[in-house]
Write a protein that binds this ligand. Structure first.
Ligand code: MGD
Ligand code: F3S
Length: 820
């Protein structure tokens, strides 16, 4: 049935409604929202003094009014044990989004846990343990003592190598500076855990080593630079769908020419025109379509490269830029090293590059000119933006570097209208003790688990069954190993703790794995866990994070966490205390002492212990100051105080000094070497379809909340797979038919979405979706620093069935809004 919201009226927030700062946690952009809460038995009135908007609601509001909210922004939640109305609506005063919402963030209200209105009822509310052949509720003490005891025994038997950890390293929901500090303190300070991986990749590493090793940190500009740039060079980023309000509020004004006044005011000594954009993506995205509409086709170049060939394209552009002399000689001289060697090593014949990439020589030259050809005797300002098409693409490390080479050579780092930045995924919130002991390359943790290594797995807010590569094999082995422990546990009474621990350890010695899952909802991997611990999410705890321009804000606690769930930082504290007790009881006081220092009572205590003491400028940052700075916060790093306001940093590297020992940015030699990850070329040769993959606007990540949101489930009961008309015919498919995608790595399912702009034999599948996991068909092949290579995946496709009932009502219209 097509989805309808059965709401005919909403309460008016009264003038005295409590107002909380909220940063939307459903992507890197970090749009500012305000949460209004008030007693469930009251509402405001239509008079300006009677409602929170100060507006006369008895009259028709103008089109752009902020005095409104939608049913999706509303709910009834618990605050301090009482039912209250809540409205979570975009904040017009926030410079990030200026009042815009996205299809994800504008649902923050309905995605809240509500017993009164029945939303998000799947949320975990009690610690659960495996007993009596199922997962059953227990107390925090009971669950944590079991985890601590098994952890200690495994470490005694196998050393800290036996403890495998999966943990988020981001901000927004889940992570945040409080929670990354807490998990980091436990695993890197109290312990020295090496076998640890990050939520979305199979090792503990940066996704952008390439740029960092050149001295160029990856979030170096500000969102306003997208308004000031002459050209935006966007690589493997579908920003309309994945950084929605950054695109709408900062890219579009430039493409429309409405930021011209700002350009003239801030950069008066040079000519200006509306911005141009070059988009590098093998498929035509809705972002390309939107840019053509906003800027006009003559201001947009879409380089529809062959999958995985970005590196040689960038080397070709660099060759043109160098040969034409469109470089910033003064900057290269003063602030960089290795330019000549880089140009020599990366020089490429344009004809050869055209053959490999599928992009014409003319378009390569045009892109180079749009990036770097001087305008009226002045250097052009170009902003370089990239995300998963590059980061999870072929030869990630070098491709990243090849792009930074162009940005540096044209003097576009640390300059208004410039920057060479990842677009980002989640917000960031990384604050941890040193991870140097992990080493480089870090352990490929998924392979350790698959190869029977480790005895216990602690999982913090990740669901690898949906979000890892080689997911099919991972899941099969994981199930086998965790089942061994479950069978052993079933043989002893749960209450006999000594016998239970012996049974668990026996199973571990025989190759089993004990699994502990900390999450806010039941997950796929959690189905195989032995202990599940319920966490609180953003809004249920105070949480700090920064966005893609390093803008730090505090999302205030505006509601109670469901049931007994707790902020992750306090779960860590509880576990550390139980570990201390366990080691002390075992007669090892010197180890027990390492687990001291977790006497945090609130998440703010964890913040003060971590960020405030350890991050650059952290001494200036307090919850009270962040609260006062609202949804605009400040841009990290903090450099001081102006009265009680935190002073931040708009752009990095403006002084031409970089993050290397000699303070110079280092150019990199990055010659082309084909498909680099093990097995990819053979896979390409064997299977007919490219299974390109990624996100879509409506869904946040692995759909962990969306999977119980009727609006999303109605639109996407199954992941879509975009196919060309020719492929639909060849496979005998109609719109919505169920297909199997399969190769030597595994198989998965999707619904066919005929897409007029899709290239033949190039499918695009929704990634990380619970009802059809794309990662099942992604091979284990990674780059030399263990970064996954999702985008280059090849497989076969066959029809399974006609469109299932849940799919029949759907529209399969083109996602493009209209033609330019
Ligand atoms: P993707 O769809 O993964 O998202 O943001 P994006 O990177 O923009 O990939 C982007 C594009 O890469 C796709 O259009 C794909 O066609 C292209 N691509 C594939 N192969 C290649 C290639 O060889 N070369 C190039 N140049 N491009 C290629 C990801 C970001 O989105 C992240 S990391 C997260 S965590 C957030 N997740 C998320 C979400 O789940 N939903 C929504 N709606 N937004 C999100 N924003 C964030
Ligand atoms: Fe939320 Fe803004 Fe992203 S509304 S999903 S942070 S674009």
């Amino acid at each position: 049935m097509a989805y309808k919201r059965f709401v005919d009226r909403l309460p008016i927030p009264p003038a005295d409604a409590k107002v909380h700062n909220v940063t939307c946690h459903f992507c890197i952009v970090g749009c500012g929202y305000k949460a209004y809460t008030w007693d469930v038995n009251r509402q405001g009135g239509t008079g300006p003094s009677e409602n929170a908007f100060g507006a006369d609601l008895s009259r028709q509001q103008e089109a752009e009014t902020a005095a409104w909210f939608s049913p999706a922004m509303y709910n009834i939640i618990q605050q301090d044990g009482k039912d209250v109305h809540i409205v979570i609506k975009p904040d017009k005063e926030c410079v990030v989004n200026s009042g815009l919402g996205s299809i994800r963030g504008a649902r923050l209200g309905e995605l809240s846990y509500s017993e009164a209105r029945g939303t998000q009822q799947q949320r975990l509310t009690s610690p659960l343990v495996w007993r009596y052949s199922g997962m059953h509720p227990t107390s925090w003490d009971d669950a944590l003592e079991l985890v601590a005891e098994v952890t200690r025994r495994v470490v005694e038997d196998q050393g800290e190598e036996g403890l495998i950890v999966s943990a988020y390293d981001h901000g927004g929901a889940g992570g945040g500076y409080e929670n990354t500090w807490a998990t980091g303190k436990l695993y890197f300070e109290s312990m020295k855990v090496k076998n640890i991986r990050i939520h979305n990749r199979p090792a503990y590493n940066s996704e952008v080593h390439g740029t960092r090793d050149m001295g160029v940190g990856e979030l170096n500009n500000c969102y306003e630079d997208a308004e000031l740039a002459d050209t935006i060079f966007a690589v493997g980023t579908n920003s309309l769908e994945t950084q929605t309000n950054y695109f709408l509020n900062h890219w579009v004004p430039n493409l429309r020419g409405t930021s011209l006044a700002k350009k003239k005011e801030q950069l008066p000594d040079e000519p200006h025109e509306a911005g141009r954009i070059v988009i590098v993506d093998p498929r035509r995205t809705v972002t390309v379509n939107a840019c053509e509409i906003e800027a006009g086709k003559d201001k947009v170049v879409h380089l529809a490269i062959n999958s995985g060939t970005d590196l040689i394209l960038f080397n070709a552009i660099m060759t043109v830029v160098a040969d034409k002399g469109w470089i910033d000689k003064a900057f290269i001289e003063a602030s960089t090293s290795g330019y000549d060697a880089m140009v020599g090593a990366n020089r490429v014949d344009l004809g050869e590059a055209a053959k490999v990439t599928g992009v014409s020589v003319e378009d390569i030259q045009k892109a180079a000119a749009w990036i770097a050809e001087p305008k009226g005797g002045k250097r052009r300002r170009t902003m370089f933006a990239y995300e998963k098409g590059l980061i999870w693409g072929n030869d990630n490390y070098r491709t990243n570097q090849a792009l930074v080479n162009i940005a540096l050579a044209t003097g576009n780092v640390g300059r208004p209208g410039g920057g060479c930045v990842r677009m980002g995924g989640h917000q960031e919130g990384y604050s941890r003790p040193s991870d140097a002991h992990v080493g480089r390359p870090a352990a490929y943790v998924d392979q350790l688990i698959i190869n029977g290594k480790g005895g216990i797995h602690h999982i913090w807010g990740c669901d690898h069954f949906k979000t890892t590569l080689n997911a099919s094999e991972f899941r099969n082995v994981y199930k086998q190993r965790t089942d061994m422990v479950k069978y052993a546990m079933a043989k002893v009474p749960y209450g006999d703790r000594a016998a239970m621990i012996e049974a668990i350890m026996g199973a571990i010695k025989a190759g089993g794995l004990f699994s502990v899952d900390v999450d806010i909802v039941p997950t796929k991997i959690g189905e195989d866990a032995h202990v599940v611990l319920p966490a609180a999410t953003a809004g249920e705890a105070n949480l700090t994070s920064m966005n893609g321009e390093r803008r730090m804000r505090l999302t205030e606690r505006y509601m109670d966490p469901p049931g007994q769930s707790k902020p992750d930082s306090l779960i860590v504290a509880g576990l550390a205390q139980k570990l201390e007790a366990s080691w002390r009881k075992a007669g090892k006081p010197e180890i027990a002492d390492r687990f001291k220092g977790y006497d945090w009572k609130t998440e703010e205590d964890a913040f003060l212990d971590g960020y405030a003491k350890h991050e650059k400028g952290g001494q200036f940052v307090t919850y009270a100051r962040l609260r006062a700075m609202g949804t605009n916060g400040f841009q990290e790093p903090a450099t001081g105080l102006d009265g009680d306001k935190i002073v931040g940093t708009k752009r990095l590297f403006t002084d031409g000094k970089f993050s290397t020992d000699d303070k110079k940015a280092h150019f990199a030699a990055t010659p082309w070497r084909g498909l680099q990850a093990e097995g990819k070329q053979a896979e390409k040769d064997k299977y007919p379809f490219l299974i390109n993959n990624g996100r879509t606007n409506h869904v946040w990540q692995s759909a962990y909340l969306d999977q119980k949101d009727e609006f999303v489930v109605d639109r996407w009961p199954l992941p879509f797979i975009e196919l060309s008309a020719a492929d639909m015919t060849e496979l005998g498919l109609k719109a919505g038919d169920l297909v199997e995608v399969f190769n030597g790595n595994g198989s998965t399912q999707a619904m066919a979405y005929p897409t007029p702009t899709a290239k033949p034999k190039q499918a695009f599948m929704l990634f990380a979706y619970p009802t059809g996991v794309q990662g099942n068909v992604v091979s284990k092949g990674v780059n030399e620093l263990v970064i996954p290579n999702y985008k280059q995946t090849w497989a076969s496709i066959r029809k399974i069935a006609d469109a299932p009932e849940s799919v029949r009502h759907l529209t399969f219209k083109s996602q493009e809004s209209r033609q330019a």
